[in-house]
Design a protein around this ligand. Structure first.
Ligand code: TXA
Ligand code: MG
Length: 326
């Protein structure tokens, strides 16, 4: 594990990490969303190592991270006009495009499919690493499959220690949840995974947007199984703080210990974490709180759901998956 300044990464550290990537190894590094587990995206053996380290099913394709928009034609067979317009507004940043794949992209990266996911991240460490490596970097979130994504280097260690070659510790990730994944292979862009770039933000640039995976065909997002982003502790969702409080009282009667992510301030209760009332701050904090609850070894995590509105879609998606039964 090497410490690195998140705003101004030291070139010698970046070059050591880039050497590992070029040699076919695995480097975990910070992005503006969550930590990624990186490998040379054009090296089938290196990408296969990511799947092995994560215990990731071979059916779940990975995102290739590029330095800038001028590099996408190394990995995409064509680049639709919608992707151009959206990239002009949101890249570098937390937006991933699903596009037709170019021949150099190994099939292990696309899970054998005809499309590839591409993102240009906005974190100085990620950018420096991609540039120094000189190749697109394949990087899923740096956690064991189905577990919570890491927003700090300690989370990566907890999940992947001993399974990877290097970890760049650039401190906490500012975004806190994963990028928005949008399929631009069809006429109308389709959001396969809600994320920090919301549907209203996308629609401002490209008009109508569809939501959710189509059955079959290239719009399937194989990674979107219900159980995902889960802490080890069972999560119970509640529609209101009152409902959560009633459930907590019931848990206490059964002698279960419990923690609670309330929505906004509530009157003082045992392990209550009042979560912010704006979606961006909430997202930035969410995984850290869930990781912390896992560490203190409680019986249940109660969560009051934020409102069912477009701005909250990504946070609600992650909470729903965190609570999905295994
Ligand atoms: O913010 C992020 O996107 C982070 C950072 C590291 O960049 N990465 C990330 O990767 O969350 P991962 O592998 O945990 O999630 C990638 C998602 C999965 O749901 C996967 O199924 C979907 O993108 N995906 C990848 N390639 C795809 C493709 N060709 N078609 C449809 N979905 C795809
Ligand atoms: Mg993931």
């Amino acid at each position: 594990m090497l410490k690195v300044d998140p705003f101004d990464p030291a070139p010698d550290v970046i070059h050591r990490a880039a050497d590992v990537i070029r040699a076919g190894g695995l480097v975990a590094f910070p992005t503006e969303t969550v930590y990624g587990l990186g490998a040379n995206g054009l090296d089938a053996g290196a990408v296969a190592r990511i799947f092995e380290a994560k215990g990731r099913p071979a059916t779940n394709p990975v995102i290739l991270h590029v330095y800038d928009g001028s590099r996408v034609l190394n990995v995409a067979a064509n680049w639709p006009a919608t992707a151009d317009a959206l990239a002009a507004r949101f890249w570098p940043g937390p937006l991933t495009f699903v596009v037709p794949k170019a021949p150099p992209v190994p099939t292990v990266a696309t899970a054998g499919g005809p499309t590839v996911a591409v993102r240009c991240p906005n974190h100085p460490v990620a950018r420096a690493l991609i540039r120094a490596a000189g190749v697109p970097i394949a990087a899923p979130s740096a956690n064991r499959s189905t577990e919570l994504s890491p927003t700090r280097a300690e989370h990566v260690l907890k999940s992947l220690n001993g399974r990877i070659d290097m970890l760049l510790d650039g401190g906490p990730c500012s975004g806190g949840i994963e990028s928005t994944v949008v399929d631009v292979t069809g006429e109308i862009p389709r959001v396969l995974r809600p994320g920090l770039i919301s549907v209203p933000m996308l629609e401002e640039v490209c008009g109508r947007v569809e939501i959710g995976a189509k059955d079959g065909g290239v719009s399937r997002s194989p990674g979107q199984m219900a159980k995902h982003y889960s802490p080890r502790t069972p999560v119970v969702l509640c529609r209101s703080n009152d409902e959560a409080l009633a459930l907590g009282t019931e848990f206490s009667r059964r002698e279960w210990s419990w923690g609670w992510l309330s929505f906004g301030e509530v009157t003082e209760e045992a392990a209550v974490v009042p979560m912010p009332a704006d979606p961006e701050s909430y997202a930035a904090q969410l995984y850290r709180e869930l990781h912390t609850f896992d560490e203190v070894d409680i019986d249940r995590i109660l969560v009051t759901l934020p409102p069912d509105t477009p701005e909250w879609a990504a946070v609600r998606d992650r909470l729903t998956r965190a609570a999905a039964p295994g």
